[in-house]
Write a protein that binds this ligand. Structure first.
Ligand code: G3I
Length: 305
């Protein structure tokens, strides 16, 4: 394949990127997007604050523009995200207890129903576990509604869009030996054993010098896949430049292609200047839209080289 999407498709995988609706008028951006990528995740436009800014008032215009772009270029969509402690609209931030639980369920039902049939995979729940060595759930208003909030969210999503793959998505879950990774693993194992509908686990994979690509990354992906779920690399970016950065991207790509149930990977933006942490120059295209050494490493790996 001569593009990321076509090279990934050689082995039945996708290659995606996060997209901002505000950049769809930039022809350099959309040129790379439509040429290279076969999966799109809205960077912010499907989050709770974007889709339900006032309680019961849903707002889909920006997300719908991204869905239209995906359709026009023949790409699929990852939905991000239905339930998260962050980027909640003000009305939700101030809620608790059964009223919040009900509002969360209504949100999931409404948004997943609006996009029914158009989403390959939903990040149903994002970042529900704490960092550090505790292996505990992250404290949040959603968590304080009861430990079962995650499985209830997945059941609501399944009812609203039975054909979408339903994912749990998190960061710092790449190293098999971390307590957070183990805690997510036990949750997925428990869900599978009790028939809670979960189809995939997303590994955000935001890597930098404090959080490098772990040597056991492939083992982590394989161990989760062995629970009977797909795994996806959902928000990949790697701080750095030149050959060192390219080698890290190669390692990540090799890990996905070595795991049969790693169905695809997504970078969290297109050009370095599009990144949420632009100073880290963490993406595959430079600010002018030129392919970086990291791009070539990923492409060659997807092509089996
Ligand atoms: O759109 C407003 C604009 O009107 C306003 O003038 C400006 C002033 O701050 O803010 C703009 O919104 C910002 C938005 O990005 C769009 O640029 C928000 O403040 C800012 O918080 C938001 O940041 C996003 C961040 O999630 C929020 O949590 C990043 O773009 C996005 O890349 C990042 O993505 C997350 C994933 O969802 C979950 N995993 C981690 C990842 C990186 O943090």
């Amino acid at each position: 394949g001569t593009t990321l999407g076509s090279a990934a498709a050689r082995t039945g995988r996708y290659f995606g990127t996060a997209v901002s609706a505000s950049k769809l008028s930039d022809s350099v951006y959309t040129g790379i997007l439509s040429r290279e990528f076969s999966m799109i995740t809205p960077e912010n436009e499907m989050k709770i604050d974007a889709t339900e800014p006032s309680q019961g008032q849903f707002s889909y215009a920006n997300a719908d523009r991204i869905v239209s772009q995906a359709a026009s270029q023949g790409a699929r969509m990852r939905g991000h995200t239905l339930a998260w402690y962050s980027q909640q609209p003000g009305w939700m931030q101030s809620m608790e207890g059964s009223a919040l639980r009900q509002a969360m369920l209504n949100h999931i039902t409404q948004v997943a129903s609006h996009y029914r049939g158009k989403i390959y995979a939903w990040d149903v729940v994002n970042e529900a576990f704490a960092d550090g060595g505790s292996g505990a759930r992250r404290d949040s208003n959603l968590q304080r509604t009861g430990d079962d909030w995650i499985e209830v969210a997945f059941r609501a999503a399944r009812s609203a869009d039975p054909d979408a793959k339903l994912c749990y998505n998190d960061y710092n879950t790449d190293d098999w030996n971390q307590a957070k990774t183990q805690a997510v693993y036990r949750m997925v194992q428990d869900f599978k054993s009790r028939g809670v509908p979960i189809d995939c686990v997303g590994f955000q994979s935001h890597f930098n010098s404090n959080s490098p690509v772990p040597s056991n990354y492939r083992t982590t992906l394989q161990n989760f896949a062995d629970l009977g779920v797909d795994v996806q690399i959902t928000e990949l970016d790697v701080e750095g430049s030149g050959t060192a950065q390219a080698n890290n991207f190669r390692t990540v790509t090799q890990a996905c292609t070595a795991v049969a149930r790693c169905t695809g990977m997504t970078t969290w933006g297109i050009r370095d200047t599009d990144s949420w942490r632009a100073s880290a120059t963490p993406l595959l295209f430079d600010g002018n839209g030129q392919k970086k050494e990291a791009y070539t490493a990923v492409l060659d790996t997807l092509n089996g080289g």
